[in-house]
Design a protein around this ligand. Structure first.
Ligand code: COA
Length: 530
């Protein structure tokens, strides 16, 4: 029985477990902030250069937020490389204008690009493109990390896509400014070369398609770096660069001036009312999320902690109750909320499609709060046409041209993950809470399914004891658990990052503000199977 004392004890246990998850998240973030090992920091500073995080701080307005994307990308992928893959990407304010900042960390393997570095750069560009944000790129990179060429060179979405995106954005009038603060070699030199304006630091910034060693190897010509691609040469002789700076700080000040000369930030096209605090403290979420990941998140309580005044103007409250839909405000911006509250049935899927249609007609952004084991299965559900209803939900969600944001609050599985605007449906941004999980199915279900298949395929007379079955299932369970973890999604860049629940409102408020400044095209729905 749930007595007040037992509920309080549950809450405390949940909160204790949650704070451990947060401690682990903050530790990983600390490593990402550190970048390269201390010795490389010292070397960098002895060369009269500023560390990447300090550069960003100098570039941004004092007190500006910095919404980082892919902060933990690549965690554990490359030996001796901190989470973040040697590049920092995020949105901050320069001269009051939101910009995408993309900055190489030269203390991590000379700022070279691994496969994940490429993907993170490309993701930052796509976010900038979608929100029409100017890009300021702080270039300090030796180009490709040569041993990782298979993940850098051949495919779409990798290094070459950076150039493709630069050209596409430029053609659409999205400003790009490069600040060359170190050596930019080969591919690294094209990144600034494809920008609108280039600032370069005298004696520190170099741009060349082939460095002195490569030039000597290729042509026999012996030439020093300064003559080959130094700041003075490019500013006075080749005309490759546009603004000559004395040092890092001067270059960043010039970049701030250049952003100040851009046309002003477009005004918001949606109304914002005065923000109100939620009905409950957002940190209450720590005690609300069950420490047993198999249990669902208490969605209505969580909404009280996330929405302005905890208010949700609910749509179809009494119908399809396993999906909560309604209009609310976050930081004063209106959103259409779709939040799971159980397994998806035909009714809840149809309610979702109807609600998404309303939001599209009214130009209201969609917020998906994902915590769902999937769509209902079984004879009754199939005969009730759940496949059609699920398809209608996916058609509505996928077609919706209003801004879409996805936050995985709990466990998000299978087609439920997809329908709740999974990454494949290109939400403007997608985050997970530290407790969140996502996979094709839960660990127990996967182990059970594979064990059933194996049992069916036993040869006549072959025995498979309960112990054998458990020994078969245990590693599958473990593999699924590791796969589903938020940290695994963040390191693969399958989400933009992991948010402490306490950061969620601030993050969504900033995202809604950015999205409000871009006209939303009219939605054209695909065919709805009736
Ligand atoms: N591929 C793989 N590893 C590279 C690399 C590259 N292109 N460039 C640098 N590294 C590694 C170095 O081996 C070193 O590794 P370690 O820390 O394990 O010893 C680390 O990155 C730092 O390089 P280092 O030369 O010590 O640092 P630096 O600050 O003095 O110089 C560069 C950095 C980038 C200017 C210099 O390393 C360089 O010119 N690299 C070659 C760049 C190039 O030709 N790229 C072509 C890409 S197509």
């Amino acid at each position: 029985m749930n007595t007040p004392a037992s509920m309080e004890s549950e809450r405390r246990l949940n909160e204790g477990a949650y704070r451990e998850l947060l401690a682990s998240l903050f530790e990983a973030r600390g490593q990402a902030w550190q970048g390269g090992p201390p010795a490389t920091h010292e070397r960098h500073m002895q060369r009269g250069r500023i560390l990447v995080r300090d550069r960003i701080e100098l570039l941004l307005d004092a007190g500006s937020p910095f919404l980082e994307l892919g902060e933990l990308a690549g965690e554990g992928f490359y030996e001796g490389v901190a989470p973040g893959a040697g590049i920092v990407t995020g949105v901050g304010l320069i001269q009051g204008r939101a910009c995408m900042v993309i900055a190489n960390d030269a203390t991590v393997k000379g700022g070279t690009y691994f496969g994940m570095t490429c993907r993170k750069h490309v993701r930052a560009q796509r976010f900038a493109w979608q929100h029409r944000l100017p890009c300021v790129t702080l270039v300090d990179s030796g180009g490709a990390f040569l041993p990782d060429q298979a993940n850098i060179f051949p495919d779409e979405g990798l290094f070459g896509s950076i150039f493709h995106n630069q050209v596409g954005m430029s053609a659409e009038g999205i400003a790009q400014i490069a600040v060359v603060l170190g050596a930019c070699t080969a591919g690294g030199a094209y990144i600034p070369a494809l920008c609108d304006e280039i600032v370069i630091v005298r004696g520190k910034g170099f741009m060349f398609l082939g460095g002195p060693q490569l030039t000597q190897a290729a042509t026999g010509e012996i030439v020093d770096a300064e003559q080959l691609g130094g700041a003075d040469m490019h500013s006075r002789v080749s005309g490759v660069t546009d603004h000559l700076a004395d040092d890092d700080a001067h270059a960043l000040a010039i970049a701030r001036r250049l952003v100040g000369e851009l046309p002003p930030m477009p005004p918001p096209l949606r109304d914002r009312v005065a923000p109100r605090d939620p009905a409950r403290a957002v940190t209450d979420i720590y005690g609300l999320i069950p420490r047993d990941t198999r249990k669902p998140v208490p969605t209505r309580d969580v909404l009280q902690c996330l929405l302005d005044a905890g208010e949700l103007s609910e749509f179809k409250a009494e119908y399809g109750e396993t999906l909560i839909t309604g209009f609310a405000r976050i930081g004063g911006w209106q959103v259409g909320v779709l939040a799971n509250n159980g397994v998806l049935f035909t009714e809840s899927a149809d309610k979702a499609a109807h609600f998404i249609d309303l939001c599209c007609k009214r130009n209201v952004p969609l917020l998906f709060l994902s915590d769902v084991t999937g769509f209902m299965v079984g004879r009754e559900a199939e005969q009730g046409g759940i496949a059609k209803a699920g398809a209608r939900f996916i058609t509505a969600m996928s077609s919706a041209a209003v801004p879409k944001f996805t936050l995985i609050t709990g466990g998000s599985y299978g087609a439920g993950y997809l329908a709740m605007c999974g990454r494949q449906f290109k939400p403007n941004a997608m985050f997970m809470w530290p407790n969140a999980r996502a996979a094709i199915m839960g660990p127990e279900q996967a182990a059970m399914t594979l064990a059933l298949v194996k049992r069916q395929n036993l040869k006549p007379g072959e025995r498979w004891s309960a112990e054998d079955e458990e020994a078969f299932k245990a590693p599958i369970r473990r593999q699924y658990e590791d796969f589903a973890a938020a940290r695994n999604y963040a390191r693969h860049l399958w989400v933009d990052g992991i948010l402490d629940p306490a950061e969620t409102r601030e993050t969504l408020t900033l995202l809604l503000d950015l999205a409000a400044r871009v006209p939303a095209p009219a939605t054209r729905f695909g065919v709805f199977r009736m």
